[in-house]
Design a protein around this ligand. Sequence first.
Ligand SMILES: C[S@@+](CC[C@H](N)C(=O)[O-])C[C@H]1O[C@@H](n2cnc3c(N)ncnc32)[C@H](O)[C@@H]1O
Ligand SMILES: [Zn+2]
Length: 285
Amino acid sequence: MNLQTLTHLLIPALPQLACPRCGSSFSLVGTSVKCGNNHCYDLCAKGYINLAPQHDQSKEKYDATLFQSRNRILTDGFYQPVLDAIARMLEAKHGKKPFVLLDAGCGEGYYARQLAQRFHEASIIGLDLSRDGIRAAARQPGDVLWLVGDLKQLPLADHRMDCVLDVFTPANYEEFARVLKPDGELIKVIPDSDYLAEIREAFQPYLRQEGYSNQLVVDHLHKNAEILEKVEVRQTFPLNEEQSRCFLSMTPMGFSVPKEVLEKTVLREITLHLQVLRCKVQKEK
Ligand SMILES: C[S@@+](CC[C@H](N)C(=O)[O-])C[C@H]1O[C@@H](n2cnc3c(N)ncnc32)[C@H](O)[C@@H]1O
Ligand SMILES: [Zn+2]
């Protein structure tokens, strides 16, 4: 995305944004956004705005290689059933009406990009703390406003979002409640017990837990939100060698695995088992 397209997407979205340092609103000044307290963030010629410039990107484990692998797997369509479930929920609630959606922790932007293609009336913001993720996102075509930002301190104004999407990303319910409209909803995607079971089995000696349970995530969710709808996705797919390599290098499970083990492991198939949850986030306590 170039500066011109970024500016074109930014102007109507300006009222939805807020300075992450002081919470005040932004105006566009030349090729920067500036808040009332003179905190200034440049529009990047690569097609995004870095609203978390203090974050030390050199410590990010979610790096360009990981996002390349994620991008390959996502564009090969493995996660299309998840995308379809999300799209059905949005369609049921909004139909053809405009809505504003934040993809919090969007990574290389698959869901935000695909939703922008399906919902032409929607305004979509993709936000991630990893600059490599947002750079990978902004390299691909799509009417999405890409922001480097922290979901623990969202650079967004209060109560402007119709939907927050949170796919395999840690949640911050207080921030989600702050930015959602009173009738806004959270769509959260969480892994279920057999999610990437083949990788868990291959990496078992290097992982802290034996099986996977989403109980902690679900308990935390129940404390902060009411689940309105639940869709379970469970499918096992055959893999070629390239896809096996990408799956092994796209997941945080690989972070603790020695490189030589990663390189010699080959998966013949992969199971995707997850829950797509449409939720009402409880008001700030
Ligand atoms: C497992 S990836 C999922 C990415 C994407 N939602 C997908 O499903 O392809 C988790 C993402 O959350 C992002 N993330 C983690 N902590 C974050 C934070 N505090 N603020 C914004 N993004 C964060 C990571 O950089 C990473 O891109
Ligand atoms: Zn400010």
